[in-house]
Design a protein around this ligand. Sequence first.
Ligand code: AMP
Ligand code: GLY
Length: 425
Amino acid sequence: MKILVIGGGGREHALVWKLRQSPRVAEVYCAPGNAGIGRLAKLVDISPDDVAGLLRFAQDNKIDLTVVGPELPLTLGIVDEFQRYRLPIFGPSKLAAQLEGSKVFSKELLRKHAIPTGFFSSFTDPDDARRYIAEVGPPIVVKADGLAAGKGVFICQTQKEADEAINEIMQTRIFGDAGERVVVEEFLEGEEVSFLALTDGRCVRPLVSSQDHKRALDGDHGPNTGGMGAYSPAPVVTDALHEVIVKEVLEPTVNALRLEGIDYRGVLYAGIMVTRSGPKVLEYNVRFGDPECQPLMLRLRSDLVDLMEACVAGRLAEQAIEWDGRAAACVVLAAGGYPGHYEKGKPIAGLEKLDGWRDGMVFHAGTSAANGEILTNGGRVLGVTALGRTIRDAIDEAYRGVAQINFEGMQFRHDIGYRALDRES
Ligand code: AMP
Ligand code: GLY
């Protein structure tokens, strides 16, 4: 088989690495990929939002399965486009991708189908939004409706902060059209988990639980980022809670979409707050999490090609998913200054010491290759990921890997998994 993976981050390196292990795969292409992916796949210089270009490439090269990493091509309708030409593609349709592409859409779906989430209201008029906020009172959360590269969420402790959020989103329009509407919603307290499942629109197969670390600095301080590390399993998700999340969130979500006439195929990611009154949905993503995907792929035992094909073909009920019983942890190494301004092009030292690492894998994110060197080429640069008997062991092994690597300005969190360790001890 020939496979095309779309994207070029740590998530896509992990997907390519796993897909390559399938005996059914002859060739993997990745658009645009990165230096690490370039060792496993042929890199194709097409941007993930160039749907027409990707379609042409898949046709010309007779691609048997296309796997979409990031959300943008999904919300642009790449799946619908490929399906028109009978090209198998793993991911949800444009309508289904609204689950991530529009916070108003997802919150309304949640409310209509009584899936647990915080209260909310949505607005197109900034004054109406302000009046509602004054009525409900802080703390309150203000979100731009559309995609905002993970930056569209304002946690507001005071009325003034909420007013400013409304200003920036709806009047200054810092996210452009994504800020045409806002959602104002309940501030939820608790521990956050990432809960992912594969689905073919009917059958829902949950993946093992995971948790990421969104803040830039130790102790969950500093600005929000794409994710500074992740681990799996997340011990806050007990077997009982796992069951509740599957029965009360994931299955009802897929069923709700089907009732709305939307057939969801692909990976469904529910960001969940485990509150005192049970799990509540914070948001949906219509793709694998990055960096959650890295520990998940290290733990996945089943053939990923079989699973993805079954989702596309509506045959997921025939597939079970097998996991490595060990834990996995991923530490992200980022460029100095990330998530603010950072420089690129810094040579990375030490990677060769981790070639053939028995219990781990260094997944590349923002890297490029030049003259035999690997250079930094993005904010999140590497995801150093390892397995261990316990979460503690996995974390220790990942940090042993981190200690081998260096580049100018390198920054990372030193406390990945601290919540899990608190529970494990
Ligand atoms: P999102 O982009 O929706 O994932 O939001 C980014 C982060 O903001 C989430 O991962 C949470 O940590 C936080 N967040 C979002 N919505 C809420 C909420 N209603 N209550 C508390 N925290 C939230
Ligand atoms: N790590 C969070 C996300 O992928 O959205």
